[in-house]
Ligand binder design. Structure first.
Ligand code: DP6
Length: 415
């Protein structure tokens, strides 16, 4: 084995949003949940993590860079993921480069990892889910690991619970499992992203001044103090999960929307039932809920579902493009950009929806009219930072184009 070579792999992994929430662990180290959860994977074109992993005999230690900045890998969660994936590493041979790594070599060889999110980390959009999923997926490819996506999901889970659901596209279920060692706590794909491709998703990134309680400590406090959490995990989620699976299978939007909204609201009720109470949503979040509820009630059947994670951002899932276009008009009326922000930077992601909403080329949103059922023509400029338009998306992929790698193929250091 020469001392000069660097072997790399680059992968891209989506983020996901839960429609049945994971909130509460029964094992903190293995990250085992108190209930099943279900998510929809978001299109990686708009929200994803790209990770390059490299191995070389020249590397002195494991190192990682996130968005260009070196960060520590000493945390237990990183160490658990690295240990578990190394255990499964197999022989790798690159005849072209004259490289051969034996199974036993992986224990001694060090890794370089560079990761990049195509969305602002500070926006509070589940960057750890895509991050850990991508780390595990990329390492599995580099190390020629045999395990399938579900088995890999059980490793990503040990980085961050919600990460296990980012190993698949479409709709994904994290089965809580029963085993003490966590071996049956893993994600499975319910349907792929093509099954229900009418859905359109608009994320309102809501301005917030306060630093939120992290999911990890928030759910620990809920497990310790909330009786509602116990009831939810035992009585509510098992039935809801079955109904949600049916709704997804039958593309039954009315049922899907009802359960999604109810589950988001119950998760936030559990937060309120925690001592001391945890508030993740703010006034803007509540206003968005009222808007959607009023609009849904004024229609024959619901047009949009809302769901909120551990922060004030709203994830709005519309039945189809038409509903999404109407939703965007309504949201822009009530939550226009500040006067110094143009529409082009206020609405990002899949901008094709602007045309459907008759907003293409529009300079500002002054011309939009209020919606009678809303009962309020009040405007809140600046309360939403921006909107991300997206759709359900595919699972992790390997990027074979070396130009997309985040590490230099010669030095193994960030480009
Ligand atoms: C509200 O997966 O971030 O987004 O397992 O401690 O890393 P850890 O927590 P995390 O929690 C996600 C909570 C949630 C709901 C969900 O994604 O299911």
């Amino acid at each position: 084995m020469g001392e000069k070579w660097v072997l790399m792999k680059t992968a891209q992994t989506p983020t996901n949003i839960a429609v049945i929430k994971y909130w509460g662990k029964r094992d903190e180290t293995l990250i085992l949940p108190v209930n099943d959860s279900i998510s929809v994977t978001l299109d990686p074109a708009h929200l994803c993590t790209t990770t390059t992993v490299a191995v070389s005999p020249a590397f002195q230690q494991d190192r990682m860079w996130l968005n260009g900045k070196e960060m520590s890998l000493s945390g237990g969660r990183y160490q658990n993921c690295l240990r578990e994936i190394r255990k499964r590493a197999r022989e790798v041979e690159d005849k072209e480069k004259g490289i051969k790594i034996e199974k036993k070599d992986w224990e001694k060889l060090h890794l370089h990892i560079a990761s990049y999110n195509n969305f602002p980390t500070a926006a509070g959009l589940a960057s750890s889910a895509a991050g850990f999923a991508c780390l595990v997926f990329a390492l599995a490819k580099l190390m020629n690991v045999e395990e399938d996506e579900s088995q890999l999901s059980a490793i990503a889970r040990q980085g961050s619970g919600s990460a296990c659901r980012s190993l698949f596209g479409g709709f994904v279920k994290w089965i809580m499992g029963k085993e003490e060692d966590g071996s049956d706590s893993l994600a499975v794909q319910l349907v792929d992203e093509k099954h229900w491709d009418d859905l359109f998703i608009i994320i309102a990134v809501v301005s917030s001044r306060q630093k939120e309680t992290s999911s990890t400590s928030g759910m620990r406090e809920s497990v310790e103090t909330s009786l509602l959490l116990q009831h939810r995990a035992k009585e509510v989620v098992p039935k809801r999960t079955l109904k949600m699976e049916e709704a997804i299978k039958n593309r039954d939007f009315a049922s899907f929307a009802k359960i999604t909204c109810a589950d988001s609201n119950q998760f936030h009720a559990v937060c309120l039932d925690t001592s001391p109470p945890i508030f993740y949503m703010n006034d803007t979040s509540h206003r968005i809920i009222s808007h959607v509820e009023k609009w849904n009630r004024s229609e024959e059947s619901p047009q949009v579902a809302y769901t909120f994670d551990a922060g004030p951002n709203a994830v709005l899932i519309a039945q189809n493009r038409k509903a999404a276009a109407q939703l965007l008009q309504r949201l822009l009326f009530s939550f226009p950009p500040k006067s110094d922000t143009d529409l082009d930077s206020y609405i990002i992601g899949d901008k094709t929806i602007l045309k459907d909403a008759g907003l293409e080329g529009m300079k500002d949103v002054e011309a939009l009219s209020p919606h009678p059922e809303n009962g309020s023509a009040q405007k809140y400029p600046g309360d939403v930072n921006y909107f991300i338009c997206t759709r359900p998306g595919k699972g992790p992929v390997v990027l074979s184009n070396e130009n997309l790698a985040l590490l230099d193929p010669e030095t193994g250091l960030p480009k």
